[in-house]
Design a protein around this ligand. Structure first.
Ligand SMILES: [Zn+2]
Length: 248
């Protein structure tokens, strides 16, 4: 069956010397892998399509085995992301996470829209961490390992939330704080932001100013949390931490 789908390239790999297999996260049918014949030959029309983060309308022959990209029309190539190593690292991380945590040929319209908006944001804005947190939380939820952020992960109290415990899988209240010596104190403002990050779409967010120290704290928490509960090793994640170290 031939179909036109709108989608974002979330993975590319070489197939033989001249072909590529790309994984597209699409609006209509979710994730699908397809071969781009000749995409590694410079002259092929498909070579521009078979690149990470490309958003395009793809004409695909969908088959039970390996589907085939017939042609496509680029909607957005995210040139600015491509030219900036930090932006590339973030986009690679989010697309890899999306690829790992979604199922083949299962439409995920909301996640598609959020990934789309997040890449647009990364392409044009300077401050990237808030949209990153927002999409990460939604993807953790999709993967079935969302942290508990609306009440104490230990006793269920919704008041006096003070800290985050990776071990308990979420926030802790002031009474339970002592149960995990590694629990990290978080300011009340940031605690209030977490449910918004998880449940609001990026389109609802104008801008959120967070202190650099709070951003770094959440970054640490999210990384530790994923290392503990995320079951996939992410190649892009190693790259990201290497670059983050370089940038200081
Ligand atoms: Zn508690």
């Amino acid at each position: 069956m031939i179909r036109t789908i709108e989608g974002i390239v979330v993975k590319t790999q070489n197939y033989g010397e001249t072909h590529k297999i790309i994984t597209i996260f699409s609006k209509e049918i979710g994730k699908i892998s397809a071969i781009c014949r000749g995409a590694n030959k410079g002259k092929s029309k498909l070579s521009a399509l078979a690149q990470p983060f490309i958003k395009a309308n793809f004409l695909i022959y969908v088959s039970k085995g390996l589907s085939t990209v017939q042609q496509g029309e680029i909607i957005e190539s995210y040139r600015i992301i491509r030219e900036d190593i930090m932006k590339t690292a973030y986009a690679a991380y989010l697309t890899e996470l999306t690829m790992m945590l979604t199922e083949d040929k299962e439409a995920e319209r909301y996640l598609y829209d959020q990934l789309d908006l997040t890449l647009e944001w990364i392409n044009k804005e300077e401050e990237l961490m808030v949209p990153l947190f927002m999409l990460e939380l939604k993807l953790f939820k999709r993967g079935g390992f969302a942290p508990i952020i609306d009440c104490c992960a230990r006793c269920g109290d919704v008041n006096n939330l003070t800290s985050f415990s990776v071990k308990e899988g979420g926030l802790l209240c002031s009474n339970c704080f002592h149960t995990d010596e590694h629990a990290m104190l978080i300011s009340p403002n940031v605690i209030k932001l977490l449910p918004i990050f998880m449940n609001a779409g990026l389109e609802q967010i104008g801008s959120i100013n967070m202190k650099k120290s709070n951003i770094q704290l959440l970054r640490n928490i999210f990384d530790n949390y994923y290392d503990t509960y995320g079951s996939y090793q992410l190649k892009s994640k190693r790259f990201l931490s290497q670059i983050a170290r370089l940038e200081g």
